[in-house]
Design a protein around this ligand. Structure first.
Ligand SMILES: [Zn+2]
Length: 311
């Protein structure tokens, strides 16, 4: 972080500094320094039901007496989530687990303070009962009844809380895809396809108990063995999923058979991933270009589910 306000003389040689909007430069020795915000990491800590948010009342420094999320400034060498865990341990004595990224919001640390860039995650408590330590008071607020903006210490925090309320409002209850589950009559074959052909990361491999889990950046893919022919294993009474012949021809965007789901890939990797899967023998269709700028590839897994790679 560099806060260049008030700099007039070169710290290296003492000559006058020239200034533009982003940097100061010394014409005498060539020294240059660039203004950059200090990163902070904050948590919107939820209770175990996800119904209330834990806020702390600030006891010192900027905006004492106002409500704030838990978190603080990153130390050198810390990953963002290490900062988050450390700050919450210091402020409350509790341990948290981060859940979802909310956003990053620019601000200043008080009216005369340096520039900050403030990143927020939702988090849940995993151990310990939070007790006020670095803050004067901790209080749980219902998600629908957070303090008004004028009682929130920083404008960026109010923006993060509003963003969180929008993401979780009853009008829009979903945050995103967390899990896709495919029920299959040949778990071993399907699991090997997703592990060996699609190269997904295995987080649990338990063929004998009928479960294989793959970790994705924003959730997980679960493969579950069907037990018998009549009902799904987890939901007795429901019919088993429609199975399409594994050698069915490749799908197009308007032909969604069985389960259809999309895996997001890096834009720079989409083409080579499609070529790689073609070399694996898959009938890959696309790329199809969408008006909003996305591109998609389509193919079927060995059970006939339609898998879309989107970038
Ligand atoms: Zn100089």
């Amino acid at each position: 972080m560099t806060d260049l306000r008030g700099w007039r003389l070169c710290p290296r040689c003492g000559a006058d500094l020239a200034r533009d909007s982003e940097a100061v430069r010394c014409r005498a020795c060539g020294y240059a320094a660039y203004a950059s915000p200090a990163p902070t990491i904050g948590a919107i800590v939820l209770d175990r039901e996800g119904a209330r948010v834990l806020l702390g009342r600030r006891g010192r420094d900027q905006h004492a007496g106002l409500w704030d999320t838990l978190g603080g400034f990153a130390h050198e060498g810390e990953d963002a989530l290490e900062t988050l865990a450390r700050e919450i341990r210091e402020e409350t004595g509790a341990e948290i687990e981060p859940l979802a990224f909310i956003g990053g919001f620019a601000d200043r640390y008080g009216p005369d303070g340096g520039a900050t860039l403030n990143f927020y995650w939702t988090a849940r408590l995993v151990s310990g009962e939070p007790a006020a330590d670095d803050v004067v008071e901790l209080r749980w607020f219902p998600v629908e009844a957070l303090p008004p903006d004028e009682e929130i210490a920083f404008a960026n925090t109010a923006r993060a809380l509003r963003q969180f309320q929008t993401m979780t409002s009853s009008a829009r209850p979903t945050l995103g895809v967390f899990e896709v589950q495919l029920v299959t009559r040949d778990l071993d074959r399907l699991a090997r396809f997703y592990r060996d052909v699609l190269k997904l990361a295995v987080t649990m491999w338990d063929i004998t108990r009928g479960r294989v889990h793959f970790g994705l950046a924003t959730g997980q893919l679960i493969l579950a063995a069907a037990e018998g022919e009549e009902t799904s294993p987890d939901w007795p009474g429901l019919p088993p999923p429609l199975l399409v012949r594994a050698d069915a021809r490749g799908p197009t965007p308007r032909e969604h058979g069985a389960v259809h789901f999309a895996l997001q890939v890096l834009r720079s990797r989409l083409f080579e991933e499609g070529e790689r899967l073609r070399r694996e023998g898959l009938d890959v269709r696309g790329p199809f270009r969408w008006p909003d700028g996305y591109q998609s590839l389509y193919f079927r897994d060995p059970d006939g589910n339609v898998v879309e790679l989107i970038a």
